[in-house]
Design a protein around this ligand. Structure first.
Ligand code: CAA
Length: 294
């Protein structure tokens, strides 16, 4: 399994990555086909080189989510989603900030009509449209659009110094990328109202208690543990993982009755796959399964 040192060095830059790749064959693969990004870093990590790692990279602006960053993020997510070798995607920031929100300086002079005409924030949907599991590894601030970006992901792991919040109310606006819709679904109405109406921050342990975050780790362990989670998911059939993700997501879109019907159809659907046959056969034959994504 990867050591903390290896994972930490992965985030240092291209030269460091190449050295690490040479010294740890099989763990780190520099994503050679990736376009040159300015606001994110993209790498393939994990002992099987099957985890797509995207690091938000505007540290001076606390990873404020400007338009170009989101376009690059969308492109990177789409690329990993269509890369058969990638099992899951991890989105992270740095120790100070996952992301401190949409870029206030960029949107300061927007108007109602410019937002409508440009479809401001529309490109954010790329992350939620990804078929593969997307995991947020949150250290530091996840505020406003940063918290909303984490909630667009399927699972949130946090470092113990992470701070979540929807402080848009402090700057005379409201959450615009899911904060008023996803947050109540995760933490309930009263807590969501408190967070949105006060702009107060909540720490990682509170966020875990509320169900916003699934696990909290020491800061320096967070990325390693998140990659391990992605690798664990990557041991399963990608096809069935995708179906399981669709089924859970449907719970947020529909009534219980139609959600259960949707689940049943997908469950029956697994019986049309080779991987379901292989999984059950391997269990009966007491051997590890060998999935083919079919
Ligand atoms: N947009 C643009 N720039 C930002 C930013 C943001 N959301 N958050 C921080 N920055 C910039 C600061 O302007 C500052 O830049 P300069 O050095 O050029 O002045 C730099 O990042 C460092 O920030 P601070 O000096 O403020 O750092 P701090 O440690 O004192 O405070 C903070 C940290 C509490 C996170 C504070 O920066 C802050 O309150 N940021 C704004 C948080 C916020 O309101 N987010 C919601 C944005 S609106 C939104 O997201 C809408 C939506 O739903 C999509």
């Amino acid at each position: 399994m990867a050591s903390v040192g290896v994972i930490t060095r992965v985030l240092l830059g291209k030269n460091a990555i190449n050295k690490v790749a040479a010294a740890n064959t099989g763990f780190v693969k520099f994503y050679s086909t990736a376009p040159a990004y300015e606001n994110i870093k993209v790498e393939v990590v994990g002992t099987k080189s099957n985890v797509g790692l995207i690091q938000l990279n505007r540290p001076k602006a606390l990873n404020a989510l400007c338009g170009p960053l989101f376009e690059e993020l969308g492109q990177a997510v789409r690329d990993f989603d269509s890369d058969e070798k990638i099992a899951a995607i991890v989105i992270t920031g740095n120790e100070k900030a996952f992301a401190a929100g949409a870029d206030i300086k960029e949107m300061q002079n927007n108007t109602y009509s410019s937002n409508q005409k440009k479809g401001f924030l529309k490109s954010w949907e790329d992350v939620s449209n990804c078929g593969k599991p997307v995991i947020a590894a949150v250290n530091g601030f996840a505020l406003g659009g940063g918290c909303e970006l984490a909630m667009l992901c399927d699972i949130i792991y946090a470092g113990e110094k992470a701070k979540f919040g929807q402080p848009e109310i402090n700057i005379g606006t409201i959450p615009g990328a899911g904060g008023t819709q996803r947050l109540p679904r995760y933490v309930g109405k009263s807590k969501a109202m408190e967070i949105v109406l006060t702009g107060n921050f909540i720490d990682a342990h509170e966020a875990e208690k509320m169900g916003l975050v699934s696990r909290v780790f020491p800061v320096e362990k967070l990325l390693e543990e998140t990659i391990k989670l992605a690798e664990r998911i990557g041991t399963h059939s990608p096809l069935i993982v995708k179906m399981a993700k669709q089924a859970v997501n449907q719970a947020y879109e529909t009534t219980l009755k139609s959600g259960l019907q949707f689940e049943k159809s997908l469950f029956y659907g697994t019986f049309a796959t080779e991987d379901r046959k292989e999984g059950m056969t391997a269990f009966v034959e007491k051997r590890p399964p060998s999935f083919k994504n079919e």
